[in-house]
Ligand binder design. Structure first.
Ligand SMILES: Nc1nc2c(ncn2[C@@H]2O[C@H](COP(=O)(O)OP(=O)(O)O)[C@@H](O)[C@H]2O)c(=O)[nH]1
Ligand SMILES: [Mg+2]
Length: 206
């Protein structure tokens, strides 16, 4: 916008884009999480679960789940006029693992959702980010009626390092999702100031 005195208040450059991944097992709440925190209607690729997918997408423990994300979820949060956060929910099914390499290029970090009904399902995501040195937090999505684990029980069950934050989360709530994202940013800032040599530009692949 141009003001009366002729000054131009538009940002000189396009906003910098920051990318965060939301990962976790099938049915852990990734689509729900992205939808709850995104300021735009999330682009998601949900399809009804069919009998044909039963072998590939086991629903033990998540029998009420009726849809599955065929590729990925996408959401956006505008932080300020210079920074926009893009959220990518990774596909949970193993047959879409090839997409993960593409998705994690340039990612700042990740939120790994742990489903309290199938805790071990978040391990592949944890392992993936650990191997690539991508910072992440584990957000424990506590489903109704499921066992309530302490953060230390989750840490031990998934084999997390002592510095990986474990936070509680209800993926349906915006405030809870935002809290998990804030924990991730805090973790990334802390890790980077402790290991400045490992810092990579958010626009560069890790
Ligand atoms: N009770 C409860 N249900 C949840 C929570 N997060 C997700 N759900 C429900 O669990 C189901 C699977 O979630 P979805 O986001 O599709 O999982 P995804 O496969 O990881 O994308 C949906 O019906 C959600 O409404 C949660 O924190 N608590
Ligand atoms: Mg999904």
């Amino acid at each position: 916008m141009v003001c009366a005195s002729g000054c131009d208040s538009r940002p000189a450059t396009l906003p910098a884009t920051l990318k965060i991944l939301v990962a976790g097992g099938f049915g852990a709440g990734k689509t729900t999480f992205v939808g709850a925190v995104s300021e735009i209607d999330p682009l998601c690729t949900e399809e009804l679960l069919s009998g044909l997918s039963e072998g590939a997408d086991p629903v033990d423990g998540v029998e009420t789940k009726k849809t599955t994300t065929v590729a990925l979820d996408f959401g956006r949060i505008t932080l300020d006029e210079r920074h926009v956060l893009y959220l990518f929910g990774t596909p949970g099914q193993e047959r879409f693992w090839f997409l993960w390499e593409e998705l994690c290029a340039g990612a700042l970090g990740a939120v790994v959702l742990a489903d309290t009904r199938r805790l071990a399902d978040c391990f592949p995501a944890v392992d993936f980010f650990e191997r690539r040195g991508i910072g992440f937090v584990v957000a424990v999505n506590e489903f109704d009626g499921a066992h309530r684990y302490t953060a230390e029980e989750v840490r031990a069950a998934v084999g997390l390092g002592p510095r990986v934050p474990v936070v509680r989360c209800d993926a349906r709530l915006t405030s809870s999702g935002t809290g998990a994202l804030a924990a991730l940013v805090h973790h990334l800032l802390t890790t980077r100031s402790a290991h400045p040599a490992k810092t990579s530009d958010p626009g560069e692949p890790p």
